[in-house]
Design a protein around this ligand. Structure first.
Ligand code: GDP
Ligand code: IMO
Ligand code: MG
Length: 422
């Protein structure tokens, strides 16, 4: 069976930490969408790693890690990531599989990303500039190049044809701040490097493994509120980050999916532009950013912070069919006199607990309920019973309000700082 692990907010919920924590229960960890816009942090044995494209099971022995067809991969970044992991003595040549249908991010996709963002001015998405949007556009526009193409003798011709198209688009956007030749050298070196890896027909592989009874964890990237269909459009990423993306991003049937594990932070963060109803633009927001070290794992940008948003969380639970929840970064709220949860939104049309279609344009006033905070440092606690009652109340409330089991609580970045609740 396949269990799915995905973020329920705007990304950076802690998917990497939990995927790594849960991996001993699985034979295979697979990424099904997104690309190096993701930054998944793992902490163990006093070391920290950030993974962009490689699944978070890579540090566990005997775990196969699959980059699925739904992913977009940047060869140069992927090469660097592989080299860093190989330096740790990991047998990455055997433990990493890449779908032949994974789409390639070309240097010109990155340039197009920058050119598009620049042309949007104030309305920019705040993209990670990793070329994600333009690569998915070429995929749906049926122009893209895939990992399997690098094995073909006419790859260079196809590459040059696509680059010519891109250069016209870049010119139309009056963008000239780039040096293509400089980026092409490491790109072609990375292709040579990747040709020595296991590039496979991953849909056959994964379905065969399922038949053999293997357990698979599908690791999401980004978060549900950045989903191309259900996120706060247009301030979203370009893939289906929600559970539906697993079937198309790996080539598996919905019937093969068992658990859908949804991860959320005890508060909210967002990096990049777009609506954020519960955002705290004050000292408290700054304090949460500082305590939670809320700076992007990929771009280093400060993350916007705010209170937990129940209408948004419930929306994500609904879209994904979440079967259990994991709450992250509970330790960050320690020491606050009161903590707040947004239960509903007030707009010009009244009060509602549903996400409005035009969330990106509407003025939303969050309606909060305030609760007594907890004062203890949670990161030193290792059993649910020992957690402060105020914090347990917070957990019970979220579980009740989402109608979902809250199974794990994370109280620090390390693998060890994780508590089973149910
Ligand atoms: P991902 O993209 O969902 O994998 O999340 P990121 O790695 O981008 O961001 C999560 C950040 O929070 C990372 O720096 C993690 O090391 C850190 N983190 C994860 N869980 C916890 C936790 O429970 N408490 C604290 N304080 N930090 C955490
Ligand atoms: P992980 O997997 C947080 C955001 C960007 C931007 C928008 C579009 O680490 O949770 P893109 O580069 O995809 O065109 O950017 O989406 N974004 C993320 N925010 N975590 C991520 O990944 C993100 N990936 C993209 O900041 O607002
Ligand atoms: Mg991240």
């Amino acid at each position: 069976m396949i269990d799915v692990l995905l973020g329920l907010q705007w990304g950076d919920e802690g998917k990497g930490k939990i995927a790594d924590f849960l991996t001993p229960q699985y034979d295979i960890v697979a990424r099904f969408q997104g690309g190096p816009n993701a930054g998944h942090s793992l902490h163990f044995n006093n070391k920290k790693f950030v993974l962009n494209t490689i699944p978070s099971g890579i540090f566990r022995e005997n775990c196969i890690n699959l980059i699925g067809n739904g992913v977009v991969a940047d060869p140069e970044r992927l090469k660097k990531e592989i080299e860093n992991i190989a330096d740790e003595g990991i047998d990455i040549k055997n433990n990493l599989l890449i779908s032949k249908k994974t789409h390639l991010i070309l240097p010109t996709h990155r340039i197009l990303d920058a050119a598009n963002e620049k042309s949007k001015g104030d309305k920019k998405i705040g993209s990670t500039l990793r070329g994600i949007g333009p690569t998915y556009m070429d995929k749906t526009g049926r122009n893209g190049l895939r990992m399997g193409d690098i094995l073909s003798h006419d790859f260079n011709t196809k590459y040059n044809e696509l680059v010519q198209k891109h250069l016209k688009l870049i010119q139309n956007l009056s963008y000239s701040d780039f040096n293509l030749e400089e980026s092409e050298k490491p790109f072609f070196e990375a292709l040579d490097f990747l040709r020595t890896f296991k590039l496979i027909d991953s849909e056959y592989y994964i379905n065969n493994e399922l038949k053999k009874g293997k357990k698979i964890l599908a690791e999401g990237a980004q978060g549900s509120l950045l989903d191309i269909d259900f996120g706060s459009y247009p301030f979203v990423t370009s893939s289906n980050t929600t559970a539906g993306g697993v079937c198309t991003g790996l080539g598996v049937s919905p019937r093969s999916i068992d658990k859908v594990i949804g991860i959320f932070k005890a508060y909210c963060t967002r990096v990049g532009s777009g609506p954020f109803p519960t955002e705290l633009n004050d000292e408290l927001g700054e304090q949460i950013r500082k305590n939670g070290m809320e700076f992007g794992a990929t771009t280093g940008r400060p993350r916007r912070t705010g209170w937990l948003d129940l209408p948004a969380l419930n929306y994500s639970v609904m879209i994904n069919g979440v079967t259990e929840l994991i709450m992250m970064k509970s330790d960050v709220l320690s020491g606050l006199e009161n903590v707040k949860i947004c239960n509903s939104y007030k707009t010009s049309e009244g009060i509602s607990d549903l996400l409005p279609f035009d969330i990106a344009d509407k003025h939303i006033e969050p309606i909060y309920q305030s609760y007594k905070g907890w004062q203890q440092d949670l990161s030193k606690i290792n059993s649910y019973e020992d957690l402060p009652q105020e914090f347990k109340n917070y957990c019970n409330l979220i579980s009740e309000q989402t109608n979902c089991k809250l199974s794990i609580i994370s109280v620090g970045p390390d693998r060890e700082e994780t508590i089973y609740r149910e």
